[in-house]
Design a binder for this molecule. Sequence first.
Ligand code: FAD
Length: 306
Amino acid sequence: MFRSVFLAAAGSSRLGRLVSSASLSKNVAHRFVAGDDVEAALVAARELADDGLAVTVDHLAPETTTADQARATRDEYVTLLGRLKTAGLTPAAEVSVKLSALGQRLDEKLAYDHALAVCAAAAEAGTSVTLDAEDHTSTDSTLEILSDLRKEYPSTGAVLQAYLRRTEGDCRELATAGSRVRLCKGAYPEPESVAFTDALDIDKSFVRCLNILMSGEGYPMVATHDPRLIAIAEDRARWFDRASDEFEFQMLYAMRVEEQARLAANGNIVRVYLPYGTEWYGYLLRRLAERPSTAVRFARRVPKKG
Ligand SMILES: Cc1cc2nc3c(=O)[nH]c(=O)nc-3n(C[C@H](O)[C@H](O)[C@H](O)COP(=O)(O)OP(=O)(O)OC[C@H]3O[C@@H](n4cnc5c(N)ncnc54)[C@H](O)[C@@H]3O)c2cc1C
């Protein structure tokens, strides 16, 4: 029940303004987000790098409804990539980009052009871009743009969501040499017609997809905090004889920090998804949908006013 309430709220911009101004949500958000600006992202990225972790930095952009906003998001990423390079954080730090923030819903060509500029800035900085996956109505468009970007920038990463029924097929298509593919469960509210909605079915799909990616020729990026799936991924890496630099684990900033350290200490590449920016509302609610206990825990800690 909590999950659907949080996910519905994540899609409401009016509720977003209300929640963003509440001190409780700010307190919770600041646990999961590096801070408001590039400076904060650089500080957090440096700390993670010092701990031996790789990073993918995500700028939490507002819902893009105008070409100006899309351009501003592109410029933010170009600046971010320049700063990551100057700080000596590349290639360990890459960036994650949502095409919707680059104007995908306004004009796909515009989003492609902006994504191309971000990929060019990433190449200049000696690193790569990964295109986040959003709701299923954008999947075809995102994969088409990915395929076009890869013609010039083959290291551009894809994200596939195990809860979508189509994803096993997409894994087969994308498990090719040099193809970086992040596999996650999926974080958006989706209908039965396109997605598995039962947790066990999603896990089974995740494992089928993992088998395809681990046995394929690409570079799997296993994005989960789920202990069972992490153990299965470790097992598959051994089974398919993958060296530790031939796949990686990914987790969200501030989630299962000890597990991140354990995996890294065992010689694995562990990449932390590091969001920053003032528009943390949708991100926060997707995290709370996954773990409502977080909201309850933080609500108890934050002192009441007055
Ligand atoms: C790096 C990264 C990038 C992502 N990118 C995208 C994207 O582009 N598009 C998208 O739709 N989604 C994305 N996601 C979100 C993803 O789809 C899931 O919604 C999210 O990761 C929760 O699923 P889970 O696999 O971590 O396990 P869950 O199903 O949330 O949890 C399974 C089990 O794992 C354990 N667990 C989980 N979290 C914790 C915790 N914090 N502490 C202790 N135990 C815990 C618990 O035992 C829990 O029962 C991304 C996730 C990651 C990690």
